[in-house]
Design a binder for this molecule. Sequence first.
Ligand code: KG4
Ligand code: ZN
Length: 324
Amino acid sequence: MILAIETSCDETCAAVADLDGTLRSSIVASQAAEHVAFGGVVPEIASRRHLELIEPTVRAALAEAGCVASDITRVAVSTGPGLIGALLVGVSFAKGFAYRSGIPLVAVDHLHGHVASLRLAENPPAGAHLVLLASGGHTLLIDVAEDGALTTIARSMDDAAGEAFDKGARVLGLGYPGGPELAALAVQGDPAACPFTTPLAGRTDLAFSFSGLKTGLSMAVTAGDNAPADLAAAYQEAIVDHLLDRARLGLAATGRTTLGLVGGVAANGRLRARLNELPANVVAAPLAWCGDNAAMIAAAAVNLPSLSPVELLGLDAHARSPLG
Ligand code: KG4
Ligand code: ZN
């Protein structure tokens, strides 16, 4: 069995899966409550909390899977991108576990993990496909070739989609994390009451941009002419319009006919409701696996090479990813 660990941001996660990827357990210990007062993740607090939570979280994942440490024959860990101090807790724990047990370790890119969350869907994409990854740190179009090779074909020029939700929520005086809060307020509003211009409208760059929207929202809030719910609805609609617009461009550019939607923002109800507008067979990651989790790290590890107990000692965490 494989033990997967994920600690790139403010969630301490562990999962157990069979070597073929069949999931046995997944635990996500969120620290969100500890960061609320600061309106965002405080890296130092996150690292310290991961240190406290990692062992009980792994124990809980083993217990939920009905197994013990000696049943584990492979360890997988997210090595980045993310907060370096947070990542190091998971990477160090994974190295220690694998070395002590004399078992191989698989280093998994966190973004690859999000892409692999599609394998946990009821009907995972078969063959080559395009993936829209929208999270708190990244907004990417990633092409997945027939052989599973990943190539990023579009990135954000400024903020990530999740960051746009979080910053928008802050401008509207909502809590953290902002995505779900802003989405909840938007349900009560009318997106047509004060529409925002879709970023990069009419342009064919394979890129995302969200910072102009945030400025537009700040100005509208300061002007005070619109109800907060209408502003939230219009702001969310512009983010969704932009994501769908770029996904359409990416599908046309690559000729792919299947699109996967992954990452924290993939949990957004309005985005999921409008996926049928896309000229593709769309597979969205199951809600439980949109936000950070270790089940997706286990899923990604299935087809990745592993480091031997000697090689793994040199493994390090990295803040950036070649995919990001
Ligand atoms: O993938 P994730 O858990 O962490 C990163 O790898 O960044 O994504 C977190 C992001 C946050 O910005 C959060 O506000 C956003 O996903 N998010 C949402 C929703 N749920 C989480 N954004 C919009 N609507 C949601 N329902
Ligand atoms: Zn993530």
